[in-house]
Design a protein around this ligand. Structure first.
Ligand SMILES: Cc1cc2nc3c(=O)[nH]c(=O)nc-3n(C[C@H](O)[C@H](O)[C@H](O)COP(=O)(O)OP(=O)(O)OC[C@H]3O[C@@H](n4cnc5c(N)ncnc54)[C@H](O)[C@@H]3O)c2cc1C
Length: 368
């Protein structure tokens, strides 16, 4: 049965979820206190790199990320079709580089468990690496090549998602003055400080790093907190074809002529200023990977707030006694990657469908 759904927060998670639900016949309204995609989502590097981002044993988070990457080719095409906008989705492959022999064993282990999950990955030695990516440093000993990792241009992706939402009939309210939850146990009732009232059958919480503010409203612990990510870019011709990672950061060439280097992690509350220390570290590492940058200056520096959780896993799912309230927040470093799968599993729950990936580890009530 079609439901009236309110989504709190118009970042990549709120937008993707709104699009999916509206597309399945529900009527969705997004409530956003600023601009859709204007926070973490618009600041992201846009890497779709679950294997390079995670070196640990495969767990439910790995399965979620792995499935999301698989959904991407079809998902991004659908967003492009519905929005008539492009966002530079590139199936570039990635190289996880090492500088020391001691890093070889962990690289080998990483490759083996990826292969076990059917992920193509192979170790490329220095001589071959030079042929693949001539701009990379001579100091790099080897790299793990994973052809399926991809990237997109996040600021354009969120614009396209917003347009796809509008074109499918989602209602979007932006620049609302604070939105508070008045009622949720029976009918969902939200109010903004301009005294606008919104009613619905169903509520989805997607307000990223700000989710903790809702603890009192729902009477559960929501340990989501902001981790600042600083990031910068050089204006240069395309120097690399693949996403290039090291243990200290990554570089990625964008179609718009920028080379993005990311990203720091620090705790600064809700402050999104960049610091000299944070950017200098990124510059140092990008120059170590790509010596040609040595004489260049970064021309753009920015920061965003990643929604981190206490155990590193997002909160995705329904409240056990109130199925009409769902959470989709706390995606930390991987919200762009996880946007298709989050949208789909949230919509599946609304439609009463079977879980396509295990969700038990992501229960929004697990901290209460
Ligand atoms: C520097 C950096 C680089 C990153 N790189 C990558 C990457 O390469 N790949 C990747 O997958 N991920 C990356 N990430 C992580 C990714 O950006 C986040 O996981 C993702 O954007 C989270 O999306 P979100 O929609 O939950 O949050 P947000 O984009 O922050 O959206 C939350 C929205 O909720 C709104 N809001 C807050 N409170 C309320 C309220 N009470 N009522 C209504 N609206 C409200 C906010 O204004 C905001 O627009 C990066 C993040 C940073 C900072």
């Amino acid at each position: 049965m079609a439901k009236d759904i309110l989504i709190l927060g118009g970042g990549v998670i709120g937008l993707a979820t709104a699009f999916e639900c509206q597309n399945r016949g529900h009527q969705v309204t997004i409530l956003e206190i600023a601009t859709c995609g204007g926070q973490a989502s618009g600041a992201a590097a846009g890497m779709l790199a679950p294997y390079s981002e995670m070196s640990e044993e495969p767990d439910d988070f790995f399965l979620l990320s792995h499935q999301s990457l698989k959904e991407y080719p079809e998902w991004q095409q659908e967003i492009k079709n519905k929005s008539s906008m492009d966002f530079e989705y590139v199936e570039s492959g990635s190289l996880y580089t090492i500088f020391h022999e001691a890093e070889r064993f962990p690289l080998q282990t990483r490759m083996e468990w990826q292969n076990q999950f059917g992920v193509e990955a192979s170790i490329i030695e220095k001589s071959e690496l030079k042929e693949m990516e001539p701009a990379l440093s001579e100091e790099i000993l080897a790299a793990l090549y994973t052809p399926s990792e991809s990237h997109l241009y996040s600021p354009d992706y969120v614009k396209a998602l917003k347009q796809a939402c509008l074109n499918t009939g989602v209602q979007i309210y932006e620049h609302l003055k604070h939105v508070e939850v008045i009622g949720w146990k029976n009918e969902v009732h939200l109010r903004s400080y301009e005294d606008k009232h919104f009613f619905a059958d169903h509520l989805i919480i997607c307000n990223g790093a700000w989710s903790k503010e809702l603890e009192n409203s729902f009477g559960i612990a929501i340990p989501v907190f902001p981790i600042r990510g600083q990031i910068c870019s050089y204006r240069t011709e395309s120097l690399i074809k693949s996403l290039v990672f090291s243990s200290q950061g990554y570089v990625v060439s964008k179609g718009n002529g920028s080379l993005v280097c990311g990203a720091s992690e620090d705790i600064a509350g809700f402050n999104v200023d960049v610091t000299e220390k944070g950017i200098k570290r990124l510059e140092r590492w990008s120059k170590k990977l790509l010596p040609v940058l040595e004489t260049m200056e970064t021309n753009h520096k920015w920061a965003g707030l990643r929604p981190a959780t206490q155990d590193g896993f997002p909160l995705i799912g329904q409240l056990s006694n109130y199925n009409h309230v769902q959470f989709a927040t706390g995606h930390y470093r991987n919200g762009i990657l996880l946007s298709p799968i989050t949208a789909k599993v949230v919509a599946d729950q609304i439609d009463g469908l079977k879980e396509r990936v295990p969700l038990r580890s992501f229960s929004p009530e697990r901290f209460s």
